[in-house]
Design a protein around this ligand. Structure first.
Ligand SMILES: NC(=O)c1ccc[n+]([C@@H]2O[C@H](COP(=O)([O-])OP(=O)(O)OC[C@H]3O[C@@H](n4cnc5c(N)ncnc54)[C@H](OP(=O)(O)O)[C@@H]3O)[C@@H](O)[C@H]2O)c1
Length: 168
């Protein structure tokens, strides 16, 4: 099973403010939809609440410490449990927020990252990534235009394959 993080973060690593995403970038929303449709998505309870409903055409898995039930979603009580219920999936997409990204980053295979070229205030953050563990495989810049208040860059990062163990 491949574990893939998908996130959009400002230059100062903000992903959210007051329960919302602090920008409106329709082409990034489309990118997110295109990549995650048909897949299992794992999210923290606050991210689910910020969406307000399960995302259509996806298997929605919400992580919470509570016993709450979220209509149209599977509820789990740890990131580890999320991976267990996804054992039959070829890919698991981790869609935030900050705490779940931090847990998932340690074992993720790929990051689909949108760098938003702005510095904004926020209260939820993408974790610091040690770039020496990752290779940038793709990068595609999107300029400011009438529908996009900030420029942004789609980046695909893959974890470096550890070198084969020495036979000696
Ligand atoms: N820019 C982006 O790509 C992006 C993506 C996603 C979200 N966001 C934004 O980020 C913000 C939300 O992120 P956040 O970091 O504040 O919250 P979050 O990670 O979405 O949710 C945190 C909650 O998830 C549950 N949780 C997290 N880890 C857990 C674990 N290991 N075991 C059990 N439960 C766990 C807990 O729920 P309980 O309190 O119920 O126990 C915790 O309070 C919003 O502003 C949202 O719009 C942005």
């Amino acid at each position: 099973m491949k574990i893939i993080l998908i996130a959009a973060a400002s230059e100062n690593n903000v992903i959210g403010k007051n329960g919302k995403i602090p920008w409106d970038l329709p082409d990034d929303v489309k990118h997110f939809r295109d990549l995650t449709q048909g897949r299992a998505i794992v999210m923290g309870r606050k991210t689910f609440e910020s969406l307000g409903k399960p995302l259509p055409k996806r298997r929605n898995i919400v992580v919470t410490h509570s016993d709450r039930i979220f209509d149209g979603c599977e509820t789990v009580h740890s990131f580890e449990e999320a991976l267990k219920v996804c054992a039959d999936e070829s890919e698991v997409w981790v869609i935030g927020g900050g705490g779940i990204y931090r847990e998932a980053l340690a074992i993720a295979d790929r990051i689909e990252f949108t760098r938003v070229h702005a510095t904004v205030e926020g209260d939820a953050f993408f974790p610091v990534v040690d770039r020496s563990d990752w290779n940038l495989k793709k990068s595609l810049h999107h300029p400011i235009d009438a529908k996009h208040q900030y420029a942004f860059t789609f980046e695909t990062w893959e974890r470096k394959v550890p070198p084969p163990e020495s036979l000696s």
